[in-house]
Design a protein around this ligand. Structure first.
Ligand code: PAF
Length: 284
């Protein structure tokens, strides 16, 4: 695996390959890699001539400075895992390299409704930051395919929307959430959980499953309120438990029993914010 840190270096390296490489798969990350990230690399490897992974903890997507400061960094281990997975190129830029004109006047993306709900509501500016960094990375790497994890369901929708106007040839491939043996969704932030909270964290997945098993057509408010109350009683500070239309992400208070829906949860355990979701396909 080649590690490149400069925008000009990766651009010239990739442009020299255009005659031999017809498909570049790209996996953007913020490092602290786990099997979820590696599953994206593995998938990208089977579908492309070349796989590029980026590791960049993007300051513009953190609405909470403490969360940014505490974001786990495990670069040696990340390099080892990427090598082992067969990644071709690791792009490892600095903030100055990514944003040479500073972070104050970056582009604003018109994301509409999708930015006003769920993480868009609870993390103001977060999705603008995600779009800014991914837009910049796409401009540098010019991939054919972008690999994202379903764990960040709303982020996938946001990036779909951003790419539809700015990079319409890009194919976005959304890969299943990878889970720990107890069901907890893999996340870099899990590294920040103290052992007691790591044991408690599985309750997010159990809540999603509880809703999935108990959902019925009709009013959804009781189910959502019970889920929030149960997580709160276990020590979570809940941002939201929502049930949404899986295509539009419109929040639903009532379900017709037919529309594909997604259940989404975001909750803190001692300052560590965890998210997860479960898709429910059409019910017969
Ligand atoms: O999902 C993430 O890790 C980040 O939001 C991403 C897509 C790498 C952009 O910084």
């Amino acid at each position: 695996m080649i590690i490149l840190k400069k925008v000009n270096d990766i651009k010239s390296y990739l442009s020299a390959l255009t005659k031999t490489v017809s498909s570049i798969g790209f996996v953007p990350t913020m490092g602290a890699l786990h099997s979820g990230h590696i599953s994206l690399i593995t998938k990208a490897k089977t579908e492309n001539d070349l796989v590029v992974c980026s590791i960049f903890v993007n300051p513009t997507q953190f609405n909470d400075a403490k969360d940014f400061e505490k974001y786990p960094v495990t670069i040696e281990q990340d390099i080892y895992l990427l090598e082992k997975a067969g990644c071709s190129i690791l792009f490892l830029p600095t903030v100055d390299e990514m944003y040479p004109n500073g972070i104050e006047n970056l582009a604003h993306f018109d994301l509409g409704f999708i930015e006003t709900i769920l993480d868009g509501k609870y993390r103001p500016g977060h999705f603008q930051g995600v779009c800014q960094v991914v837009y910049r990375l796409l401009e540098i790497i010019s991939p054919h395919k972008l690999y994202l994890g379903q764990k960040d369901f709303q982020q996938c929708m946001v990036l779909n929307k951003m790419a539809a106007t700015t990079y319409p040839t890009l194919q976005i491939i959304i890969c299943p959430t990878q889970r720990e043996p107890d069901g907890l969704a893999m996340s870099s932030r899990n590294l920040r959980l103290v052992p007691e909270d790591r044991l408690l964290a599985v309750n997010i997945f159990l809540t999603l499953q509880f809703i999935k098993n108990n959902i019925k057509p009709g009013d959804l408010n009781n189910l959502k309120q019970n889920a929030i109350a149960s997580l709160t009683a276990k020590g979570f500070k809940v941002d939201y438990v929502e049930i949404c239309n899986a295509d539009s992400l419109q929040l639903l208070n009532d379900w017709n029993g037919k529309t594909g829906i997604v259940i989404l949860v975001a909750a803190f355990l001692n300052g560590v914010r965890l998210i997860d979701n479960l898709l429910i396909k059409e019910k017969e």
